[in-house]
Design a protein around this ligand. Structure first.
Ligand code: SAM
Length: 384
């Protein structure tokens, strides 16, 4: 306890004399240090909450429990810490709303995967489904305020939320989409489909009761504040033409004029014969669910004794979207940073970036992904 009193005094910026000052306590007026009593009291509360446990075979030595580590590692409300920075970006351990409410630099793109809605509220979990729209709107609003005209917001979200005990899907994304347009003045550009090899599910409704199909996609809901000035440019993400298409262009394109769909589509002689730089990307994007960058991150996080983020976005998907929606050096933000995939993608694409994340393990583990980047400087120590 003496060691603990000394540390508590140091942290509180008071001397040991002040810590030891005694005053009369209780009916018997026994002389006791009230500050020491407070320290013991907090210590006892942490034990009762299951956050501290006795170290085996060591008398009077206590440590954080596994549960305690994770619970206590969320950034305290009101506190934001610069976790690490690179030549192009900043990763902040702290609450997105707080950080971006104080932001006043033009933002070109917000690319983020918000936490999934939970059916019921949990103290340390994400937002409950009922509060979801308000939660996301609150966090996106300060970003939208700083969005340049024609700037974009992309939310990577799951359609796999079902109504209670039912194979029917929740309308939470529809509600959210409408709220972001109505409340924040955003316009819906598209619901891009990210198709992937995700694990089979919903198990209950597809594998067991066979009423549903296995889901193979997620949405990237894309909004713009001024659509006619939208800064996205598909020429930055052209795909290579197939050999077949190259041969078709070289042979003079369409050779038999055609009218399809009752006149809706007309193909004139020679159409598609002008060589173009590449194929325009479709709004259905295939990207495998896991990637080498994620696997390396998870392995490294575990080596450091940190919890690895369970749902990182594939790096190549984030890079593609950032290239499509911004130019070099423009600022990209991610309020729900997780393992900082958006930040890393922006860094690799030469864009500036700012990401926030509440959980210490995720933000500290993600720093390891930036070790080879220019100017990396880590400010968050490895806590144990
Ligand atoms: C779905 S994950 C993001 C995954 C990320 N795209 C990646 O590739 O790793 C959502 C993250 O938002 C974080 N989060 C939730 N509320 C937050 C808040 N108010 N401020 C900052 N981060 C928050 C969660 O801790 C979680 O790591």
């Amino acid at each position: 306890m003496q060691e603990l009193y000394r540390i508590a005094a140091g942290r509180a910026g008071i001397s040991m004399e002040e810590m030891n000052v005694r005053s009369p306590v209780g009916e018997k007026k026994t002389q006791r240090s009230l500050l020491q009593r407070q320290v013991r009291w907090h210590c006892q509360s942490l034990k009762n909450l299951g956050l501290l446990e006795r170290v085996e075979d060591e008398r009077g030595v206590w440590q954080l429990t596994e549960a305690g580590k994770h619970k206590l590692r969320k950034a305290r409300s009101g506190v934001s810490v610069l976790a690490f920075d690179t030549k192009l970006g900043l990763a902040i351990w702290g609450d997105a709303h707080r950080v971006f409410s104080a932001w006043d630099e033009p933002i070109f793109l917000c690319l983020t995967s918000p936490p999934y809605p939970l059916r019921r509220h949990r103290k340390y979990g994400g937002p409950a489904e009922l509060d979801y729209t308000d939660f996301i709107t609150k966090h996106i609003e300060p970003i939208v305020k700083n969005l340049v005209p024609g700037g974009n917001v992309v939310l990577s979200v799951s359609p796999n939320i079902f109504e209670e005990n039912s194979p029917s899907r929740s309308l939470y994304l529809d509600r959210l989409t409408i709220a972001l347009c109505d409340r924040l003045g955003l316009r819906l550009m598209d619901k891009l489909v990210w198709a992937s090899n995700q694990a089979p599910g919903p198990i209950q409704w597809a594998s067991k009761l066979r009423m549903q199909l296995n889901t193979g996609y997620e949405y990237l809901i894309w909004f713009c504040n001024e659509p006619r000035r939208c800064i996205a440019d598909n020429r930055r993400v052209l795909e290579p033409h197939t050999e077949k298409h190259k041969a078709f262009m070289a042979a003079g394109g369409v050779r038999k004029p055609r009218v399809n769909s009752d006149g809706a589509h007309r193909q004139v002689l020679g159409a598609y014969s002008n060589p173009t730089a590449g194929r325009i990307m479709r709004n259905v994007i295939y990207e495998a669910n896991t990637c080498a960058s994620q696997r390396a991150y998870k392995k490294r996080a575990r080596e450091l004794g940190l919890e690895a983020h369970g749902a990182p976005m594939p790096l190549s998907l984030a890079r593609k979207l950032i290239r499509f929606m911004t130019e070099a050096e423009q600022l990209v933000v991610d309020p729900f940073g997780g393992s900082m995939t958006t930040g890393l993608a922006a860094e690799r694409e030469d864009r500036r970036w700012v990401s926030t994340e509440l959980v210490y393990d995720y933000v500290r583990g993600s720093a390891e992904r930036f070790m080879a980047e220019d100017g990396i400087d880590i400010h968050l120590p490895l806590a144990n």
